[in-house]
Design a protein around this ligand. Structure first.
Ligand code: F6R
Length: 500
């Protein structure tokens, strides 16, 4: 293009594509739609494009591959976005454009074609979402609203599935593949960020209850490192948005190699949900705050239900323990509500430590991923450096950081690792680190060691992360608030990472 005299004003591939399309249109003397089709057959990579021809401004040409595109159908108008939430204000009817489709959009007409110029029938989906779900509803920030929604969102996630009295869990998508999951040599959880942390908790739960080998993979690593995938391997893709590019490509690669793909996804109709063989939605409602909160606890609720169902069916989880765990799970929404009843203590701790330049988050067992999640939340929202670590691993390096200025957060609820966590706390205390601990009521050992505590109700250790993560979310929120930062839109972050 440069040889032909095109001048580029940026280093973006968008500009290259635009000029490429223009060049094709000029050479072939064809309409824009035709030029787009020719261009898209020749380019590689992921994209969403929307173009307007100066000569024909009433028509938009849009196309996607790899990245999401949703078209809202209004009355003599159409709306384009990367997911449905910004559209809901205007219409509840949407069309999810598929890869390699071109949409020709006029105010009163939507035509879909494939790259072979054949018409496709647009499949109209009715959105089951209310406008209120994407408004702040009296809260200062979406993040705070979403943290406070958790008793309800976890309840919604369990509703219609968990019947603790009858001793049943109904999940039709999972039931369809239950035999394959039981027979699988291994389950691979594939996800990014907070969803990856949910996968780590699930690894512990599945191995305990189902006795199936589980691996948890960062989607971005998994997709590029030529992993060994055998026919019958079960991949569980975990994603709030359902549009994370790395997770999407990772499952598409695994699918081609014969793996069964189950999606644990929040956004209904999203790309990952559609690319999965089956799965279970998390039903947490739209998550607008960039930092993931309610999606995480809903993911844990869904993954716990899957593990309970499979473990019981497989026989690795006995009847009494199964029934006990169903009751425990049923009680989680109320326990989350009780943490949220008074948040002043957490706010005071956030204000006390808001100027610390760095912090360490430690946990063991089921609470180790909560330590990672606590550190991630604090980093994202308050820009304070934070490191999450398995508590016992700190002796192998991070303990060198500890002095009287370093806040060290212990996720120390009573579980089978508790005594060990207490001795890790003693090691920090001996080095004069400041200890902040997430504990259960009446934990005298932790109280005697910690400078500050955040108290959560007791629960079976398998479910404890759904409770111990709540103070971590609130702490990050109040720290960001105390520092005057934009907690809903932290710098440099996007809600859906649709590029690799
Ligand atoms: C953290 C956060 C991110 C996401 C990650 C995966 O608060 O929001 O780390 O968890 O980008 O996104 P999803 O779950 O949409 O695939």
């Amino acid at each position: 293009l440069i040889k032909k005299g095109y001048v580029f004003h940026s280093d973006t591939d968008t500009e290259v594509l635009l000029n490429f399309i223009e060049d094709i249109q000029k050479n072939n003397n064809c309409p824009l739609e035709e030029a787009v089709r020719i261009a898209l057959k020749r380019i590689v990579g992921a994209y969403v494009i929307v173009l307007i021809d100066n000569e024909n401004p009433e028509t938009l040409i849009a196309a996607r591959k790899g990245s999401p595109l949703v078209i809202g159908i209004g009355k003599n108008e159409h709306f384009l976005a990367s997911d449905a939430s910004p559209i809901i204000e205007y219409t509840k009817e949407v069309v999810y454009v598929n890869d390699y489709e071109i949409a020709i959009i006029k105010p009163d007409e939507l035509i879909l074609k494939n790259l072979g110029n054949e018409r496709q029938t647009p499949f109209i989906t009715k959105l089951d979402m209310e406008l209120a779900a994407i408004e702040k509803g009296g809260y200062d920030h979406f993040m705070l609203k979403e943290i406070f929604e958790q008793p309800q969102t976890i309840f919604d996630c369990l509703r219609g599935r968990l019947d603790a009295d009858a001793g049943t869990i109904t999940m039709s998508g999972i039931e369809k593949y239950a035999d394959e999951i039981i027979a699988a040599n291994r389950i691979v959880m594939v996800a990014c960020g907070t969803s990856w942390h949910a996968g780590l908790v699930a690894e512990y739960i599945f191995e305990e209850l189902c006795r199936i080998n589980v691996e948890v993979e960062y989607a971005s690593e998994f997709r590029y490192r030529n992993p060994v995938i055998n026919k019958g391997d079960v991949i569980i893709a975990i994603s709030q948005s359902g549009e994370t590019a790395d997770t999407l490509v990772a499952i598409e690669n695994a699918k081609q190699k014969g793996a069964i793909i189950l999606g644990v996804v929040n956004v209904v109709g999203s790309s990952i949900a559609r690319a999965s063989h089956a799965g279970a939605y998390t039903h947490a409602g739209p998550e607008i705050g960039v930092a993931s909160t309610k999606a995480f606890t809903a993911q844990l609720a869904v993954l716990t239900m899957i593990a309970l169902k499979i473990g019981y069916k497989k026989g690795t989880l006995n009847h009494d323990r199964y029934l006990q765990l169903l009751k425990e799970l049923d009680a989680i929404p109320d326990k989350v509500a009780s943490i949220l009843q008074s948040t002043e203590a957490i706010q005071a701790i956030a204000e006390k430590y808001k100027d610390a330049p760095s912090s360490l988050f430690l946990g063991r067992g089921y609470n180790f991923p909560v330590a990672l999640e606590g550190a991630l939340k604090l980093k994202e929202i308050s820009y304070i450096h934070a490191e999450g670590y398995p508590a016992a691993e700190m002796k192998h390096g991070p303990i060198a950081l500890v002095d009287e200025s370093l806040p060290v957060v212990f996720i120390a609820t009573r579980d089978s690792f508790h005594e060990k966590v207490i001795s890790n706390m003693q090691e920090i205390k001996a080095r004069k680190g400041k200890i902040i601990a997430v504990i259960n009521e009446g934990d005298e050992q932790s109280l005697s060691l910690a400078d500050d505590v955040m108290v959560v109700p007791e629960a079976d250790e398998i479910m404890a992360p759904m409770l111990s993560v709540i103070p971590m979310q609130l702490w990050a929120y109040y720290t960001g608030l105390a520092k005057g930062l934009d907690v809903d839109k932290p710098r440099n972050l996007a809600k859906s990472v649709t590029v690799e």
